[in-house]
Each structure stands twice: as C-alpha cells, then as structure tokens.
Write a protein that binds this ligand. Structure first.
Ligand SMILES: [Zn+2]
Length: 458
C-alpha cells in the first residue's frame, strides 16, 4: 500500500521526531547528538517525499515546511527554560535567567480610592457605527457614558491603541487623554516580543493606572478599539490559560469596589468601553497615529512578558534561524530553487497542503520538477547521471518545457492539455515553472494528469 504524502508530516512528527526529542535539553548540552538526528530526519524526508538523492537537504526542508533539527533542539531547550521560570517563579530561577527572559513587572502601586468602580462594555451602538457609521461620535459617547453609569457630564476620556512592531522595532502604545477639550498625547515603546493582544492589554492596564494616579477625583472613561481585549475582560472569569495582563486587569475592579453599593447612586468613577477603529473618531485616530509612529523609542518601558508570548517568539526565532540555514546553504546548493518563486521556504507546512486530491505519485513528480531535480535528461545530465541532455525525439534539450510544449512524441496528449489550459486562461508555451509557481490546484492537476498519461516516471 502506498502511503499518502498527507500522512507523512503527522506521522513523522508524532512517531519519529517525538522519540528523537525525548530528553532533548540533555542531548542539546552534549551537542554532537544532533548530527545523528539530522541524518534520520534527512533520510525520512527523502523517502517520504520521493526526492532523488541529488536533491539538496536545504531544498527538501523548505519544500516540506519542516524545521531543521538543530534549530528545533534549540527551541525545545529554550521552551523548557521558559516554562521552568514562568511556571515556578522561584527566586533562584528568576535570578538565574533574569537577563535573558524575565522583565521587571509593573504593578499597581497603591489601592484605588473607594469611589472607583470599574465596568467594561462592548456596545451594540459601537457595532452599528462599525457597520455603517450611522451613529455620530457624540451620540456614541453619550450612550457609552450612560451604560457605564458615569454621571459626570464631562468625564476625562482616555483613548488607547497598540501596534505590533515591524522587524527590529519596538511595539508601540498610544495613550491620548482628552480633558476639558484639551488633548494630551503620550507614546510608550515596549518589547517587541509581546503579541498584539498583550500590547493592547498593557495599554489598557497603563491607562487605568493613569486614571487612578493623575485623575483621582474625576470620572474617567477609557476607550479601546481592541475587541478581543474588551471581550476578555467583560467575562466574569478569565478563561483557562488567559494572558497574565488580562488577569491583572480583571482583578482591578474587585480590589476597589468594597463600598460600591453605596457609590452606585453617585455613579461610577471609571469605565472601559470598546469603540470601532478607523471610523474617524478623533481620539482613536490620534492614538492610532501615535502607536504607528516609528521614531518613538525615547520612552521605553519594560513590562513582564507573558509566557505564551515568550514561547511564540522563541518559535518564530527558531523558524527564522532554520530558514536562514536553508538560505545560507542555498548560496552553494539549490540556489536556483531557493530563489525561485516556488521555494516554500517561508512556510511551516509542505507545499502540497493547499492542493488536496492529488495522488502521491503526482505530488512526488511535481515536487521533483519544482526543485529542478527530476528524471528527464537535461536534469540528469547536470548531475552526470546520463551522458546527454538530448530527447529521444532528437531535440537537444529534454526538460519539462520541451516534454510538455514541444516534443512531437506527445502531440496527442498535448492537444487535450492545451485545450484545458486555454479554458483556464493559460496560453501555449507558458514556462511550466510559472504554472507551478502560481499554485492553482486545478492547473497542477492538469499538468500531473498529462505527465501521468505519458506513462513515464519523471
Ligand atoms: Zn522530445
């Protein structure tokens, strides 16, 4: 029985790689063991994907969307360390790895005043504005104020927004305060390992602190356009594995509402609400602008990075190193492939996961063509496996374009293929590599069917 390629990835990861990885933090220290693992992974890949022995290892890894073993080992070791520290939080562990992983934790330094009661809402009116902008800003603000039970007529409004950094930059937070029609703008840069969710949660946490410290005797409304953060804090209890910053925010109202029964008649002091982004709400636009400014590294604050962000970040970094290794090797091996548009080197899954219903035989053939190591004379001759690149028909170069578009031996099949491809807007003679690059499943199936009918293994 032939095993479908679609089973290769889970089979390898669950049955083989998991065994290799057992106790890997210890092997990792030893160093040399990973070379043996490399050999096992390479061999497995070659068999499963049906690659010729001349196909370079970097190319196979890119095609299969598999992380290189060395980087995988580093990642597991790092993940182990993160879990140890974040999970146990023993003084010793923290001291040990503080410089690498742990950052100073910002805390609410004092208790809230007795008149504060925090509530968070996601209004239907905000949703309507997001859909068709039929509610004006002023009306929306009044609705929010009423629903938050804030009695003060002109509360201080704090608009917040966060943005995830591009490569090599810090994440940015914009905090915009509107008090008596006066605007104040503040930007904060934070560690770029934070997810956007964490960044938005820190923006909220930070603005709550601001409300408490800078406006102790005023009503304050904080407005965020992060639906996921506002939704999370409106729930009664944090969900399992919730972000530590969200948990911290959710604890706040409970800390401060000892006398809230008495204060309800006088209204609440602090409220949080969601507003839609990109709807021209002035404070939101200002916050968005500050959060997207690229030059603001003057005000950098270190906050505690949640465990899940550290792990996701370690994974991304390991993938980057693994891809770079493929590329570095690509400077002398598999250059043509890694620079072609079909390299798959930025993916984490095999190239064929988007093309279901192709049988293994076709996937193997297309894989070989894509990496330019296939069983036609032009490719075989390059590796000295045959003496001549000539086609049986007498043409000087037998490559995939010749076989599909020119070779007189395949006239009959070609007429059918041309007809079918024409219907799909592809002209005669388009380089086969271009068709493969475009990765249109229907076109790939047509090419595979053509090769199948030739009755030869390519
Ligand atoms: Zn020919």
């Amino acid at each position: 029985m032939q095993m479908s390629e679609f089973y290769f990835e889970p089979l390898y990861k669950n049955m083989i790689r998991s065994v290799l990885e057992y106790a890997i933090p210890i092997y990792h220290e030893e160093g040399s063991k990973t070379k043996d693992f490399d050999k096992i992974q390479n061999k497995g890949l070659r068999i499963a994907m049906g690659y010729r022995t001349t196909t370079p290892i970097n190319v196979m890894h890119a095609k299969a969307g598999l992380m290189r073993i060395q980087q995988r080992v580093e990642l597991l070791a790092e993940r182990y360390n993160i879990r140890q520290i974040a999970g146990k939080k023993s003084e010793e562990n923290i001291n040990l790895l503080e410089n690498r992983i742990f950052k100073r934790e910002e805390r609410f330094k004092e208790e809230w005043d007795d008149y504060t009661f925090t509530n968070a809402i996601l209004t239907e009116e905000g949703k309507i504005k997001q859909r068709n902008n039929s509610i004006n800003d002023h009306t929306l603000m009044n609705i929010i104020r009423e629903k938050l039970r804030i009695k003060e007529n002109k509360p201080t409004i704090i608009f917040i927004d966060g943005s995830k950094a591009e490569e090599g930059r810090a994440n940015e937070i914009g905090i915009i305060t509107k008090e008596n029609d006066c605007w104040k703008e503040e930007g904060i840069s934070i560690d770029n390992r934070m997810s956007i969710y964490t960044t938005e949660a820190i923006a909220l946490s930070k603005s709550m602190e601001k409300a408490k410290q800078e406006y102790p005797n005023k009503a304050v409304i904080i407005l965020s356009d992060s639906e996921s953060v506002i939704k999370a804090i409106t729930k009664g209890f944090p969900k399992k594995g919730e972000n530590s910053w969200i948990i911290k925010i959710m604890k706040q109202p409970k800390n401060c509402c000892k006398r809230r029964q008495n204060n309800r008649e006088g209204g609440h002091r602090l409220g949080i609400a969601w507003i839609p982004a990109h709807m021209g709400i002035e404070g939101n636009e200002r916050a968005d602008r500050i959060a997207k400014e690229k030059t603001r590294n003057d005000h950098y604050i270190e906050f505690k990075i949640p465990e899940e962000d550290l792990i996701r970040n370690a994974e991304e970094e390991a993938w980057k190193r693994s891809r770079n290794k493929n590329k570095e090797e690509g400077t002398h091996k598999g250059i043509k492939y890694l620079n072609s548009g079909v390299s798959n080197n930025n993916k984490k899954t095999p190239w064929f996961t988007t093309v279901s219903s192709l049988e293994r035989k076709s996937i193997v053939t297309l894989s070989r063509i894509r990496v330019n190591h296939y069983n036609l004379n032009e490719s075989l001759e390059r590796k000295n496996l045959v003496n001549s690149a000539e086609c049986e028909c007498g043409h000087g170069v037998q490559d995939i374009d010749h076989v599909i578009w020119q070779c007189p031996m395949n006239e009959e099949q070609r007429r059918i293929l041309e007809n079918q491809l024409e219907h799909r807007g592809i002209d005669r003679g388009v380089p086969v590599m271009d068709i493969l690059k475009a990765n249109q499943p229907a076109n790939l199936r047509l090419i595979a069917a053509f090769i199948n009918k030739l009755g030869r293994t390519i």
